[in-house]
Ligand binder design. Structure first.
Ligand code: ZN
Length: 147
């Protein structure tokens, strides 16, 4: 048993609590059991619509969405390559998630913003670093949908 626990413990770690890696990568939110409001985070302690403090249910979110707004980031922390695109992606469940957009030329996006709004996108994950214990740290981004 100890060996099994250790094996599980060396697996990749999602960078945020609402990214789940199994059985395949997906985002989760929570749904208020009282009024039905939906949220992206899973650590919410009260519903911002009705004030309920319990009865939240996990909500599996789609890995496809549409770009709501975006901006091109030209300056960031040392070691972060710029420019890159950050966006808010609307998911069909009615919640929005902030994410980077990849596979799009940031300059082109800035010159032709009308191409960006409502663009269908899908979620992808990638390993961004290793933590102190050697676990791979997995982040997510969205890229243009191929269909
Ligand atoms: Zn509520």
């Amino acid at each position: 048993m100890a060996e099994q626990a250790q094996a599980a413990d060396t697996g990749p770690r999602p960078i945020v609590s609402f990214l789940k890696l199994q059985p395949k990568p997906h985002l989760v939110g929570s749904k208020c059991g009282t009024c039905g409001a939906e949220f992206i985070d899973t650590t919410r302690i009260a519903c911002s619509k009705c004030g309920a403090t319990e009865g939240f249910k996990p909500l599996q979110l789609s890995d496809k969405g549409k770009v709501y707004v975006f901006s091109v980031v030209h300056q960031s922390f040392p070691g972060i390559k710029t420019p890159y695109i950050t966006a808010i992606v609307d998911l069909p469940e009615g919640v929005s998630v902030r994410s980077n957009l990849i596979d799009i030329d940031p300059e082109d996006a800035q010159k032709n913003p009308q191409k960006m709004f409502n663009m269908p996108v899908e979620m992808v994950t990638n390993v961004v670093s290793k933590d102190r214990e050697g676990h791979e740290v997995v982040a997510f981004a969205f890229k243009p949908s191929r269909n």
